[in-house]
Design a protein around this ligand. Structure first.
Ligand code: ATP
Ligand code: MG
Length: 401
């Protein structure tokens, strides 16, 4: 049976200078966490790469799982064989056939490295020998050393490693390498995508959802839980807070100009999210706002919302078109859940003619008609929380968060 090793390469992590070790350690621990459901793997790193020894008939699910790990750019499955050239040829042939099964290409090259300097054949000769052998063994192949469609790597160390860039990972930076942020998670298409994009840059997510129970249903909340669960496939477990904002909405209806309802509620949500964020060690908020997408997402509304908090509000979708957002939603598998038709608290008490260019001073005047402090405390104190688990072992992450 041929020994196999999965080799992981991480593009940006290797650029991180003095912090590289921290990034690599986070990546290692996340890979370890993600592979837990598949059994015990002895992961190690060497020269900017992570190695995972597996058996020949390894579970393909592992590769799929690794494709969900932030910080993983390239996934190769190396055959680890004896140093003799015949074994290397066989391994290269097997790799080439595997590639041919999955994609159509014509050009290739072999790139070789020899760290065992006692090895009798030099790198160039190894490439030449293996390249010639593959040309002969498989029809319709051409060598292109400058711009090949695929590259077969041969590395001769204590053993010979033969592999290609078999699979692309998701990229980004390792989970938890860039602090924590609080995602305002609705049941829509945008906010899960926004959370995913920021998490991809290494940020640990916490999330808060606002509802107007009983005007919004339990099933609407469950949809949000389902979305958070989809995100855990990439982001790991997520602490999800939920707050019933109905008492505030009712106070607004009673005391404030009807047209300002949406922006007043938006400011309150942002304030409550900031309060939770500060309490739980987050340094930023995340929303799925996209400029001009709906009347409440004008630049003036965004400014008015921003002025209710001091934490930075990350809006990764701000300049994206809906179609671009939908493409990501499909890729991360949140789209089909997002489009399920459940009500959102923003649609409860929707003003007939909402202000689209709110002025901060006017909105502050309207807020003075409310007992803002008492309402904030009341809502905040009733926040509920649950952990949305991923498919890995619970104990591992609880100590990380
Ligand atoms: P989404 O598709 O994310 O629901 P949207 O296009 O419906 O966004 P809005 O309803 O204006 O836009 O919401 C803008 C952002 O405000 C959302 O992306 C989300 O971050 C936040 N938000 C809206 N409603 C809620 C809610 N009920 N709970 C938490 N956050 C919310
Ligand atoms: Mg929405």
């Amino acid at each position: 049976m041929t020994e196999k090793q999965i080799i992981i390469r991480s593009g940006e992590t290797v650029l991180k200078g003095k912090n590289r070790k921290m990034f690599e350690d986070k990546l290692m621990s996340d890979i370890y966490r993600c592979l837990k459901p598949y059994g015990y793997y002895k992961i190690h790193k060497k020269h900017n790469r992570i190695y995972i020894p597996v058996e020949e008939g390894y579970n393909q699910g592992i590769i799929n799982r690794l494709k969900h790990v932030f910080g993983v750019d390239l996934i190769s499955i190396a055959s680890v064989v004896d140093q003799d050239i015949e074994s290397i040829k066989m391994a290269a042939l097997e790799e080439m056939k595997e590639l041919k099964n999955n994609q159509s290409f014509k050009t290739f090259k072999v790139e070789s490295k020899r760290t065992d300097k006692n090895y009798p054949i030099n790198s160039q000769e190894i490439s030449h020998l293996i390249g010639g052998f593959l040309l002969h063994a498989i029809q319709d192949l051409q060598v292109d050393v400058h711009n090949p469609e695929v590259t077969i790597y041969v590395e001769v160390k204590e053993k010979a490693y033969v592999f290609s860039d078999r699979e692309r990972g998701i990229g980004g930076l390792p989970r938890g390498s860039n602090g924590k942020a609080m995602l305002l998670l609705s049941g829509g298409i945008d906010s899960p995508v926004a959370g995913w994009m920021v998490a991809k840059r290494g940020v640990l997510l916490k999330a808060v959802h606002f509802h107007s129970y009983p005007y919004t249903s339990q099933r609407a909340y469950e949809k949000v839980v389902d979305l958070a669960e989809k995100l855990t496939n990439y982001c790991g477990p997520i602490q999800l807070f939920s707050i019933n904002i109905l008492p505030f909405q009712q106070a607004v209806v009673e005391c404030c100009p009807e047209s300002e309802g949406t922006i007043l509620v938006r400011r309150m949500m942002t304030r409550l999210a900031e309060k939770l964020a500060l309490e739980h060690g987050c340094d930023a908020l995340i929303t799925g706002e996209s400029l001009g997408q709906v009347a409440s997402q004008t630049i003036q509304s965004i400014r008015t919302t921003n002025e209710s908090v001091t934490l930075p509000v990350l809006r990764p979708l701000i300049a994206m078109d809906k179609q671009e957002i939908i493409e990501i939603a499909r890729k991360i598998d949140t789209y089909n859940t997002s489009i399920l038709p459940f009500e959102d608290c923003c649609t409860v008490f929707l003003p007939k003619k909402p202000v689209t260019k709110p002025r901060v001073d006017r909105i502050i005047q309207s807020e003075k008609l409310l007992d803002l402090e008492a309402l904030t405390e009341e809502l905040y104190n009733k926040a509920e929380v649950e952990w949305i688990k991923d498919d890995t072992n619970k104990e591992v992450y609880e100590c990380q968060n």
